[in-house]
Write a protein of this length. Structure first.
Length: 565
């Protein structure tokens, strides 16, 4: 458990022995400065105390806590070691050092520090929790599970061990056991906002019960109105359920301390989600990944129609494609600091492209349709070139099908990823089709297996780097008759290009809110049809269900003479 987690600075127990008002006053003022985020003042006060009473370990201990809080990890470890040199059995220093090592990614050292606590205090539930987290990070699942259970046994009123044990079990798809962990939480902490928030997450992603998830997130927010994680989770859940008021709560995602979201610092006021853009000069920046930027891209038309001037920053790999697709829009590569092209303008507002949903996607009728939905414009010269290449020698009536199967998302990539053998029903149904490799960063074993199954029908275009050359990738996808694959950027490209696509989804952790739950059509793309499998069903069973729909589409394309060589 982190030394600085909570409402105030955890003060060394030795402070209780302080008899003079001056010493206590220094500790109180330093603790207040720490709580208010004035870390320089806190260190200054603790250093003052150390200069007057150098033999007390309280000063170095709390200096180390502040250094840890401000991510001065090496300094923090050195200062904790100074405490331990004076007092080798200083439990909190060992305990906090295990946290520092964890945050540095030095998990073996973190486990060793936690074990050091247990050698001094074998009934310390906090140490078992820290031990479990470090084992967890090392992939030592069995040891981590035992450590979390010991932490719960010894410190039943700590909420964190329940949460991390449930997460560990969930990652192993032991969902029933994970939920049972929360059912055994003692009454004293059943209303803890972190517990409620995580129960909501398991209800949504493990059980698929999004209504129940929303109820738990609401309880978490009621228990702690500034629990921004619960705010955001509630917003995402509402959006998943088709309640577009969820945009308003998702807007708060940048308030999550240490979260996955990054708020760019730009020379203007951040848009508040309400103010009109009329007559304004607005800087819009791409948010999250490539696929996300493409997903929200249709809203650039909306803001360009309303604002006086719009400048857009996005991943440098998308710049060329977006400039072609939005004539008159200035597009620049994004970075932590804005480039010169961005800085040549003075802006009234800046905003994430995602947050434009608060203004332009408030109900299903506001989503794009027809030509408005297929807004990306590929390089026609490249499209013709690739299409001629892929259809060369292919008899009329046979489709060119783009395939991709893996997501490299650090958070939900694994449950979104298909095994390539799952495509076999599709390959068998179209023995004369060609299958174009769209996947970036594939496992070489996947490539070898596809080559084994398909032979010359499997096309890997050596001219295209599917990770770096996204303008070429867009043209490659546009050259295909249709695309079949999991939830990754290729499906977003297909949808925004108007290419027919069959999206393979799984309930559970793999389900992203913007695909939503109901219907087989997406709100964002007219050309994408979505199909779900249950968490425990195989991907191959889902592909078997999709094959007849692909066959129907191929028939329609033939009727329109769109599969001619």
């Amino acid at each position: 458990m982190s030394a600085f987690k909570g409402k105030s600075l955890p003060v060394d127990r030795n402070v209780k022995k302080v008899k003079t008002d001056l010493k206590a006053d220094i500790v109180d003022k330093a603790s207040l400065a720490f709580r208010d985020g004035d870390y320089d003042k806190a260190i200054h006060l603790f250093e003052l105390g150390r200069s007057i009473w150098p033999r007390l370990t309280v000063w170095d201990y709390n200096i180390a806590v502040v250094q840890h809080k401000t991510h001065q990890y090496t300094k923090s470890l050195n200062t904790y070691n100074a405490v331990l040199k004076a007092d080798p059995k200083h439990v909190n220093s060992h305990l906090n050092m295990s946290n520092v090592y964890y945050e540095m990614g030095l998990f073996e050292a973190g486990a060793a520090s936690a074990a050091q606590v247990l050698s001094v205090s074998p009934e310390d539930g906090r140490a078992y929790y820290n031990l479990g987290r470090n084992y967890d990070a090392m992939g030592e699942n069995s040891k981590a599970e035992d450590a979390y259970k010991n932490s719960i046994r010894l410190s039943p009123d700590l909420p964190e061990p329940y949460i991390w044990l449930a997460k560990l079990l969930g990652h192993q798809k032991r969902y029933v056991e994970a939920l049972a962990v929360f059912q055994n939480v003692p009454e004293a902490i059943q209303g803890h906002p972190d517990i409620l928030n995580h129960i909501g997450t398991f209800k949504a992603f493990a059980m698929g019960d999004w209504q129940q998830a929303a109820a738990f997130y609401r309880k978490a927010v009621e228990a702690k109105p500034d629990h921004w994680g619960a705010h955001v989770n509630l917003g995402l859940t509402r959006l998943t359920l088709g309640d577009f008021e969820g945009w308003d709560q998702y807007y708060d995602r940048f308030k999550i301390v240490g979260g996955i979201y990054y708020l760019y610092d730009r020379p203007a006021k951040r848009w508040d989600g309400v103010e009109s853009f009329k007559g304004k000069k607005v800087l819009v920046w791409g948010d999250q990944g490539i696929g996300d930027t493409i997903l929200w891209g249709s809203m650039l038309r909306d803001i360009m129609a309303e604002a006086d001037k719009v400048v857009f920053e996005c991943d440098k790999r998308l710049v060329k494609l977006f400039r072609r697709s939005f004539p008159g829009l200035e597009v620049y590569p994004i970075d932590k600091a804005p480039c010169k092209g961005v800085l040549k303008h003075v802006y009234d507002l800046h905003t994430s492209i995602l947050d434009l949903g608060r203004r332009y996607r408030r109900d299903p009728t506001t989503f794009p349709s027809g030509d408005y939905a297929s807004y990306l414009k590929p390089d026609k010269r490249l499209v013709d070139k690739y299409r001629a290449r892929y259809r060369d020698g292919l008899a009329s009536g046979n489709p060119v099908i783009g395939i991709s199967w893996a997501s490299h998302s650090p958070h939900v990539g694994v449950p979104k990823t298909l095994d390539v053998d799952s495509f076999k029903p599709l390959f068998d149904e179209f023995p004369n089709a060609r299958f174009v490799h769209l996947q970036f960063g594939p496992d070489i074993n996947d490539v070898l297996r596809l080559k084994e199954m398909l032979g010359d029908r499997y096309i890997i275009d050596g001219e295209i780097n599917n990770y770096k050359e996204l303008d070429k990738l867009a043209a490659q996808i546009a050259a295909c008759d249709l695309v079949v694959g999991g939830s990754n950027s290729n499906i977003h490209f297909a949808g925004a290009l108007g290419v027919p696509a069959f999206l393979l989804l799984s309930h559970g952790a793999a389900l992203l809110w913007y695909w939503q739950l109901d219907g087989d059509r997406t709100l964002w793309y007219d050309s994408v049809v979505k199909y779900y499998k249950k968490i425990d069903d195989s991907w191959e069973s889902l592909v078997r269900r999709v094959v007849p729909k692909v066959r129907d589409l191929v028939g329609e394309l033939n009727d329109r003479h769109q599969l001619s060589s």
